[in-house]
Write a protein that binds this ligand. Structure first.
Ligand SMILES: NC(=O)c1ccc[n+]([C@@H]2O[C@H](COP(=O)([O-])OP(=O)(O)OC[C@H]3O[C@@H](n4cnc5c(N)ncnc54)[C@H](O)[C@@H]3O)[C@@H](O)[C@H]2O)c1
Length: 363
């Protein structure tokens, strides 16, 4: 594509985040990209985003943006249930589509989204933003190095978040409604981790899961624990929790055990990884991680953008690559294929949890 004219559908938390990111990277594309319009059923939200992020047009008419012939790229940033409508309409018109995760409220709907995108052949990318986080790329390098010394044995993750239905960033309540969100903490937050785990550790072969519902919203689990076995024999344990501790930020805590080393990462700031082995305990701080990734093709051309790399502004890095790959005619990543795979693993977890933790093979 020679020029991109972008329409953002949804001006809530993530719609604004994309608007911010796109505006940040726009000068790097020297007039080849514009943010033409933003739509939200809440006109004030659309207008506020347009003002804050220098977007030409704000409207409450979603379809007028998707149908606009001058717009060739659509960002789908509505509550989960509605992605399929945006994707179907935009795909029919042949537009490139960035769609947020999770992109469906059921396995059936996930398959339908995949069919739409695959049969239309439009360029598409799913919002697995952690794939663009410098810290995880540094972690991947460390994993490869450590694996030469002793085998990887098991991986433990605790992923927690204040129930995202109130507060400064998450102020809407659709995540407490099963018809709009599909389910709770695993599909809404943990799907990032299911994708990340396969990217970092290999294919998941089978899962055993249990869930519970403390806050009491029907169909919305706020606790999910998953035991997993990878095809390569590594095991994993994940706990996902939505809590009500306003002072505690959303955090992912990883413990990665090799036979002769332990790597830990707390994602409060995404800026340090601790490595313990038979010799010592060492802490890789932000500048160390920066040095580890700065020559990676994904980050090399951003090496002078400390605001993006140094503070791990992975939304901006993600959107930079989406725009750049479209302009250069490269393949996008991750796509619906990766999205459907993570959705399939999540579905297996729900099947197991409904069946008292019985092991479910992931196809
Ligand atoms: N990748 C990530 O890290 C990430 C982070 C947050 C949210 N998300 C995903 O992004 C999507 C949106 O989440 P959010 O946090 O921005 O939600 P949000 O509630 O903050 O924003 C959604 C916006 O959509 C508007 N809206 C709702 N229904 C609409 C409709 N039918 N037509 C037009 N506008 C409508 C609302 O007015 C609201 O402004 C969800 O799928 C969510 O899971 C992804």
């Amino acid at each position: 594509m020679e020029k991109l004219s972008i329409g953002i559908i949804g001006a809530g938390y993530i719609g604004r985040e994309h608007a911010r990111s796109l505006r940040l990277v726009r000068p790097m594309f020297e007039g080849k990209m514009t943010i033409a319009a933003i739509a939200d059923k809440n006109l004030e939200a659309a207008q506020a985003a347009a003002k804050d992020f220098e977007i030409d047009r704000a409207t409450d008419d979603v379809n007028s943006v998707i149908d606009d012939p001058s717009i060739n790229v659509i960002f789908s940033c509505l509550p989960t249930k509605f992605h399929i409508d945006v994707i179907a309409r935009a795909a029919k018109l042949g537009k490139a589509i960035f769609f947020e995760k999770p992109f469906a409220v059921s396995m059936e709907q996930a398959n339908a989204v995949s069919d739409i995108l695959t049969s239309s052949g439009v360029q598409n990318q799913v919002g697995f933003v952690l794939r663009y986080a410098p810290t995880y790329h540094a972690l991947k390098k460390l994993l490869d190095e450590r694996a030469k010394e002793s085998p990887l044995r098991t991986v433990i993750l605790r992923d927690d978040q204040k129930f995202p239905i109130s507060g400064i960033s998450h102020f809407t309540d659709w995540r407490s409604k099963a018809d709009l969100a599909g389910a709770g903490v695993l599909i809404e937050h943990g799907i990032h981790d299911l994708d990340l785990f396969e990217w970092l550790f290999g294919k998941v072969a089978r899962v055993s899961a249990r869930m519970s519902n403390f806050a009491g919203y029907p169909g919305i689990e706020d606790y999910m624990e998953v035991r997993m076995e990878f095809a390569n024999g590594v095991t994993g344990n994940m706990v996902h929790i939505w809590h009500d501790i306003p002072a505690h930020q959303s955090i992912r805590h990883f413990e990665i055990f090799f036979h002769k080393a332990l790597l830990t990462l707390d994602t409060y700031d995404m800026h340090h990884i601790t490595v313990r082995d038979e010799k010592a305990e060492s802490k890789l701080e932000r500048p160390d991680l920066y040095q580890m990734i700065v020559n990676d093709p994904l980050f090399k051309d951003l090496s002078n953008r400390e605001d993006m790399l140094f503070v791990s502004d992975y939304y901006a890095i993600q959107d930079y690559w989406f725009v750049r790959n479209l302009l250069e005619g490269n393949l996008l990543s991750p796509t619906i294929k990766d999205g459907l795979r993570a959705y399939t693993v999540a579905h297996a977890c729900y099947e197991s949890a409904k069946n008292d933790g019985a092991w479910v093979t992931v196809a």
